[in-house]
Design a protein around this ligand. Structure first.
Ligand SMILES: C[S@@+](CC[C@H](N)C(=O)[O-])C[C@H]1O[C@@H](n2cnc3c(N)ncnc32)[C@H](O)[C@@H]1O
Length: 326
């Protein structure tokens, strides 16, 4: 099975599909720093370009089109009236690839809020557009902490659509993977040894006393929210966000044996399921935090991709309830 990957970022979706045994034929990403990280970790073609500037006819046809498209707000009312702003939306751009390539499967990832956006109208429109093209529509919110034993609370909506003209049987036996038990702890993902001093918050920081008073547990990731420290649920890291490295907001903080510090970019990537060997030479911390926050959790993608492959091979994934009763 070959995959064409849109909005590839640093390749979280690509790696998940690869781990499930698929081959990435090509990927596209506009951001030069994401591309710099991506190229160090993958050998296949990465086209560094605006997705709207791609000539779809020139690209190899693939079995799966995948993308965690940026969720731009747009008006469904405008879309119904045929307004052009909707056509400039990234979801519609993904439909262009689907129309021209007719992949066996289309895969979409997005923030959970997509479901409720515009009172549910956006999501209904997405389903309608896929069904109009004779694709099926499987959608589910999955949380990283339930897949791959990673203590990261990250809920995302996933959509899997099969071409019903050729793969109706596969669609009927496809289901999303069942959750698995979370046994790992925050501390399992934190580097025990001292890290670079730039990550620490020492006494000279103006909010140090506030941090010292609030940050007590070594099994919690705290967040500095401009004015106060937010304590999150123990044992699960709050959703890592693209803006977490920008200073004032959402900075993930931990207590370690030698003080209080932010998570390093490596720790953030590990909490997304990236291997320790993931390369990112020449990319600044600010870019890396953004890339990690923008990315997906690889084990979640892999688990879905495994079920897609099974369904396409005639294996019923609906009975995959191994741990769901626990
Ligand atoms: C939510 S991130 C997806 C990250 C990816 N799933 C990963 O695992 O790293 C969306 C990506 O779309 C890219 N993007 C935004 N506008 C684009 C455009 N016009 N053409 C191509 N890529 C674009 C962004 O740079 C960003 O990396």
């Amino acid at each position: 099975m070959t995959v064409g990957s849109l909005y590839a970022g640093i390749g979280g979706i690509c790696q998940g599909f690869k781990n499930a045994g698929m081959q990435i034929a090509w990927a596209n990403e506009i951001d030069k720093w994401a591309c710099k990280t991506y190229r160090q970790n993958f050998d296949h073609t990465l086209i560094e370009k605006d997705v709207f500037a791609l000539n779809i006819e020139e690209l190899e046809k693939v079995d799966i089109i995948a993308g965690g498209f940026p969720c731009q707000p747009f008006s469904v009312a405008g879309y119904r009236k045929g307004f052009n702003d909707a056509r400039g939306n990234h979801f519609f751009r993904m439909l262009d690839f689907i129309d021209q390539m007719r992949p066996a499967v289309a895969f979409f990832e997005n923030v959970k809020n997509l479901v409720g956006h515009d009172k549910g109208n956006t999501f209904k429109m997405i389903e309608k557009e896929l069904r109009n093209r004779e694709y099926s529509f499987h959608a589910k919110v999955l949380n990283t902490k339930d897949y791959g034993n990673i203590p990261h609370n990250r809920e995302r909506i996933f959509i899997v659509a099969f071409d019903l003209n050729k793969y109706q049987d596969a669609s009927e036996i496809f289901d999303f993977p069942s959750p698995s038990l979370l046994t790992s702890k925050i501390s399992d993902f934190i580097n025990d040894s001292p890290v670079d001093e730039k990550y620490y918050y020492r006494e000279d920081k103006y909010m140090y006393s506030e941090l010292e008073a609030s940050i007590k547990s070594t099994e919690t990731v705290y967040q500095w929210r401009r004015q106060y420290v937010r304590e999150n649920k123990s044992n699960v890291c709050p959703t890592l966000t693209a803006n977490m490295g920008t200073g004032g907001h959402n900075v993930p903080l931990v207590r370690v044996s030698d003080g209080i510090r932010k998570l390093t970019p490596t720790e953030c990537l590990t909490l997304q399921g990236f291997p320790k060997s993931f390369k990112r030479q020449g990319v600044s911390d600010a870019q890396l935090y953004k890339q990690a926050g923008n990315s997906v959790s690889i084990p979640v993608i892999e688990a879905i991709a495994v079920n897609i492959t099974k369904a396409l091979n005639g294996e019923d994934t609906r009975s995959d309830t191994t741990l769901s009763t626990l």
